[in-house]
Design a protein around this ligand. Sequence first.
Ligand code: MEV
Length: 326
Amino acid sequence: MPQTASHTAHAKVILFGEHSAVYGGPAIALPLEGLTLTATSRPSAGPITLESAFYSGPIGAMPQSMAAPAVALHKTLEYIGAPFDGLSIRVEGMIPAGRGLGSSAAVAAAISGALAKSYGVALDGDTAFEFVQAAEREAHGNPSGLDARAVITNTPIFFRAGNVDRLPINLDAVFVIGDTGVSAQTRSAVAAVADLLRTEPQRVGAAFALINTHTETAVEDLAAGRAAVLGKRMNSVHEQLRELGVSTSTVDALVEASLTAGAFGAKLTGGGLGGCVLALAPRDRAVGVADALRRNGAVSAWFLDANIDSVSCVCDDHPRHRPEPI
Ligand code: MEV
């Protein structure tokens, strides 16, 4: 008999390596533990039902837009050997969808984790990853595994080819995240880069090579607290992402606004074609950068302080601009 149980997954932000990670390049991601969503599963009669902002009803009738979490749900129940009835699942949280912050992976992780807990099953890290990754495959075709790893890991990670290492960070600076408010499908952005790779392999190869070098060398900068150097790397990687065609004028405007307000550097984060901008700011400029982002159209801004200690990141949404709930 299943029990009532909840599981929370957090958002993530990619510092370096989006898109190149799809082709085996390294990437660095940070957990946004202040930005979460929670699934709660409760015993209930009849077929399993889901309640969320996007869909409420029996899982057998879920629309195509819910196909990815449905995959995580099915895989988890099969793994547990549990029936497809006797539960209702409610998903709620504050991770905005389609902004490159890992909402699709977090929904899958929260549902899968809640179901497993309802049946008293502990999922090990690789199994939890596998279910989220299966959902990500449904969501955007060819995921690197970066998002699936990042939303179930509570530390900054260095990611390469599916594997993760915990990443020490010792920065006296603050990351500021600005949300363009524009939803974008990672699937389209990944497909656009794949098309460009087919037609202009040299151009794309050169961009990936530069991004990979920045990602690898950033590891030491993060440990040694070289914020200004990291900022330059972020600017350079943003240029390469522009080359790959995944930035937009709205994203570029927020990058520019961050730099004008005194950020060390800024770039798009996640799949692009909308979504969020990540800036790195001196501690005394962080609020100014967030304000500049908002003045230039960001619908939300969050702060991520990576200097609590080497593993813990704190994320606060700004009280004036809370994101819409999922
Ligand atoms: C999306 O958050 C990150 C991408 O690199 C896709 C992936 O790694 O699967 C664009």
